[in-house]
Design a protein around this ligand. Structure first.
Ligand SMILES: *Cc1c(COP(=O)(O)O)cnc(C)c1O
Length: 373
């Protein structure tokens, strides 16, 4: 698939096999833990033998995501299975990893609990900087825009500096998706992401992936996954692949809704802060608009208290309380309730694909209700 095509065209065709009369566009899921073997020759290279290393439905999803990210994709059972593979498989004992101080809190929790006992030091830095000295960093995991604060960092600039010390650079592309940002084009060695969020986008499955242009690194991830077993199920792969076809139009509506909601939020007097990297007044605007192809449908804002958030959610008709993000339905999550180290009134609002006017009216009414205590 040539990348001369636009996003919608690339999404609708990504990873599909050549058409064959009588066959569906996307072949159905191959549900198999094991396959017939040649009774005489036994396992044969290139022929599926066992479900952990071999599944055609998973390979088709990997082909699709690989086309969109511009690298070789290895799919995992969740974003965290992919993140932990990056940190455990690539970081040698005696060196350090760098993870965001303000990124997805489970990435930080995984690193600080599991790497030091293995002799790997953990350094943290806020996404927007300042960054520490990179001297002993073997793997830097950047997350831009960061979840939930939506700060951004300059991938090309940091990758250049990290490569000077021989570090590998991984970028968590969950929030942006491959249509929003192509970290491999910007100099990253590895993209890692949760496809659970906007990529699959229907709030009905978990999946994760890594992508890289290095055949050697891809082989390490594949070997790692074969031995640790963190594979996604075939049906989830199939659902994710089916959902990818609409990624372009889903993101377009989510992003338009986020732009309209962010605008409303900035005009509201009762808010402590509003973050959306597409707002010209946002601290991340310059870097985000330079390195991103589109701004995600997530807006983060802070209300004065937990009670304000409860009233906001109680009054809203179209904003449902739920964690995760990137789905079809607009959801809001008070991050502090999960133990994320954020203010009590911080809300990550994930815009769905509802009509913009309906959503804006609903958010306005809910904000008014939140302020009336
Ligand atoms: C959700 C998320 C993950 C983890 O993904 P799961 O699919 O839930 O395991 C990793 N990174 C970021 C930025 C996320 O938002």
């Amino acid at each position: 698939m040539t990348s001369a095509y636009g996003d919608g065209t690339r999404c609708v065709r990504a990873g599909l096999p050549p058409v064959r009369p009588g066959q569906p566009f996307l072949p159905g899921p191959v549900l198999a833990s094991t396959y017939h073997l040649d009774p005489v020759a036994g396992p044969t290279d290139g022929v599926d033998g066992y479900g952990r290393p071999d599944n055609a439905t998973r390979r088709a999803l990997e082909a699709a995501i690989g086309e969109l990210e511009g690298g070789e994709c290895v799919a995992f059972g969740s974003g965290m299975a992919a993140v932990s593979a990056v940190l455990l498989a690539l970081a040698p004992a005696g060196r350090a990893v760098l993870v965001p101080a303000d990124g997805y809190y489970q990435t930080r929790a995984f690193a600080t609990e599991n790497l030091p006992p293995r002799g790997v030091a953990v350094r943290t830095a806020p996404t927007a900087g300042p960054y520490p000295c990179f001297a002993d960093i073997a793997v830097a995991l950047l997350e831009t825009p960061s979840n939930p604060g939506l700060d951004v960092c300059d991938i090309a600039e940091l990758a250049g500096r990290l490569h000077e010390v021989g570090a590998l650079v991984a970028v968590d592309n969950t929030t942006a998706t491959p249509l929003g940002q192509r970290p491999l084009d910007l100099g990253a060695d590895v993209v890692v992401a949760s496809g659970t969020k906007a990529l699959a986008g229907h709030s009905d499955l978990l999946v994760g992936y890594v992508c890289t242009r290095s055949a050697e690194i891809a082989a390490r991830f594949r070997a790692w996954r074969d031995l640790t077993g963190g594979i996604p199920g075939a049906f989830d792969c199939w659902l994710a692949h089916r959902s990818l076809a609409t990624l372009d139009i889903r993101l377009a509506r989510q992003s338009a809704n986020a732009a309209a909601v962010a605008e409303v939020l900035t005009k509201h007097p009762g808010l402590v802060s509003v973050r959306w990297p597409g707002l010209p007044t946002d601290p991340g605007y310059a870097v985000a608009t330079a390195q991103m192809r589109r701004i995600p449908g997530v807006v983060t804002f802070e209300l004065p208290s937990r009670g304000h958030v409860a009233r906001f959610l109680g009054a809203a008709q179209l904003v449902e309380a739920a964690t995760s993000f990137g789905g079809l339905h607009t959801t809001a999550d008070r991050r502090a309730q999960w133990g994320d180290d954020t203010p009590e009134g911080l809300v990550r609002l994930s815009c769905g694909i509802e009509d913009t006017a309906d959503l804006v009216a609903d958010v306005n009414a809910a904000l008014a209700a939140a302020a009336a205590d």
